[in-house]
Design a protein around this ligand. Structure first.
Ligand code: HEC
Length: 121
């Protein structure tokens, strides 16, 4: 019986740790917003409409990040890859630059959380 009790408490600790890690991994939308304003808005526009100053100079114009129908056709994994490794990593234009050097994974997740918030569900 003692062995079972030990096993059960070990499981409880495991579940508790998993819950804590999950909470720590919640994206920080406010941080994502400032990263977006700093690095992304110049092409994508402040509200994601694709009307940033630099957009006019690109061969492929950024699309509307607030277009729910279009954005729901991408999984988070696809968009995380595009932000990390650039447009071609997701079959898109190389006019979307890679950010693997500028941002770490959690910053990229925060920025995506902000972008997802542009499309109210
Ligand atoms: C130099 C201009 C430029 C900058 C800066 C830029 N992007 Fe993009 N991005 C693009 C273009 C152009 C596309 C569309 C490519 C296509 O449709 O083939 C795109 C596509 C995307 C997509 C895929 C979804 C979509 O609408 O096609 C995401 C997500 C994205 N960008 C996020 C970001 C984030 C986050 C940043 C900042 C960290 C950023 N971009 C910075 C130009 C840019």
């Amino acid at each position: 019986m003692r062995r079972y009790a030990l096993l059960i408490s070990a499981c409880a600790v495991g579940i508790g740790m998993a819950a804590l890690t999950a909470r720590a991994a919640e994206p920080d939308v406010a941080r994502g917003k400032s990263t977006y304003a700093e690095l992304c808005a110049k092409c994508h526009g402040a509200a994601g409409k694709g009307d940033g100053k630099e957009a006019a100079t690109l061969a492929t114009k950024p699309k509307d990040l607030a277009d729910c129908a279009r954005m729901s056709s991408f999984t988070d994994e696809q968009l995380l890859r595009v932000i990390k490794d650039g447009g071609p990593a997701g079959g898109l234009s190389k006019d979307m630059p890679p950010y693997a050097d500028a941002l770490d994974d959690s910053e990229i997740r925060d920025t995506l959380a902000f972008i997802r918030g542009l499309c109210p569900k």
